[in-house]
Design a protein around this ligand. Sequence first.
Ligand code: UDX
Length: 429
Amino acid sequence: MRLTLIGTGYVGLVTGACFAEVGHQVVCVDNDAAKVKLLQEGGIPIYEPGLAELVRRNVSAGRLRFTASTAEGVEESDVIFIAVPTPPLADGAVELSFIEKVAREIAAAMSSYKIVVDKSTVPVKTGDKVAETIKRYCKAKVEFDVVSNPEFLREGFAVEDLMKPDRVVIGVRSQRPVAAMKELFAPFDSPVIITDINSAELIKHASNSFLALKISYINAISVLCEATGANVQEVAQGMGMDARIGRRFLQPSLGFGGSCFPKDLSAFIKIAEQVGYDFGLLKEVQRINAAQMDRFVKKIMETLWVVKDKTIGVLGLAFKQNTDDIRMSPAMDLCQRLQKEGARLRVHDPKAMEKAAAVLKEVTFVQEMNDVATGCDALVVATEWGEFKKLDLEKARRTLTHPIMFDGRNLFDPVEMERLGFIYKSIGR
Ligand code: UDX
């Protein structure tokens, strides 16, 4: 099938590349001419495992191309995906002006029947607004359908999530686009659920909020574990073996971050408020998440007593592993808090140092993770990168001025760390 993705951010670019990979003819559109040029020249603006190879392969096979012209993208395709940002506003609501602008641009360029699919995360009822807008601004009297197809990819695992989705949600206002949408997703061989458009939009916010709730739940349990001498990893394992609960997203941490959970929680609370429901449960999820970072910082302060003029090594800057994304990153927040307390920082991240350098000032970026500890008063693990588990602990112990480690991701075994001579403080153990 011929399809166009408008917006080449995480969602648009990876989705476009994966659709091309399964044989569709894909045009990716972005209004950022510099980004389009970079992509046309074979560059990739983000780090995502497997993405560069996927894009290269499909561009050379002639199934994937990039343009800055929305009109061109609309003309050439039958199905148009909107995958533009929906950033948060100051009051927690969602900025929808990019969606509205793209809807107008699509309307202006339409000369035959199109299926317009919203992939961006939007408040319930946005699909109706998009349909209204297209109808209003469409010059040619052509028919169209608006569909909601929320995206569930995780950064760092985006290609994997898209190629093998747990489910594909298709929200429609009429039956007409259903067959084409099913055909589009047929090569992915995953369960497809057809819903009304409002339900599809709600599924996205309800899912992300539930996952955030799960993390806050285990983080709250970690507080109880610390107070009672229990081990949160064992509690999570025991809970997770109940198939109704499941082990995933029960990993305690210094809090969740990223461009989705914090934003989607605020948005969902706001959406609920607008329809007259106080979603107190989700406000508590936010509160627990903020408290988790506060508790971690307090742990560092209490152990080091005075942080001012101490040197602290930080492993991890990205908001999670396998990505260079630092948006709403707990690791970045932690670095800034430690700096505010007067600490000097030596930091390392396998992929995010370039992006972090634009934000973090007066820190030492260390290229090799095993060199971070040198001369530091303590070492902190802030991101769950797999390679950090292979840290040369013996060297870290020797090169730290005092063998103190704060592990915000529970990457190491407390018994082993003590055996190696570390003062080791993690989460809920
Ligand atoms: C999330 C959803 O998982 C995805 O389905 C949706 O489409 C977009 O939002 P993403 O933000 O890329 O994806 O990352 P995710 O793996 O969900 O992690 C989010 C944050 O939660 C990270 O900061 C991560 O470190 C943290 N996290 C995750 C935990 O603290 N504990 C966990 O058990 C899982």
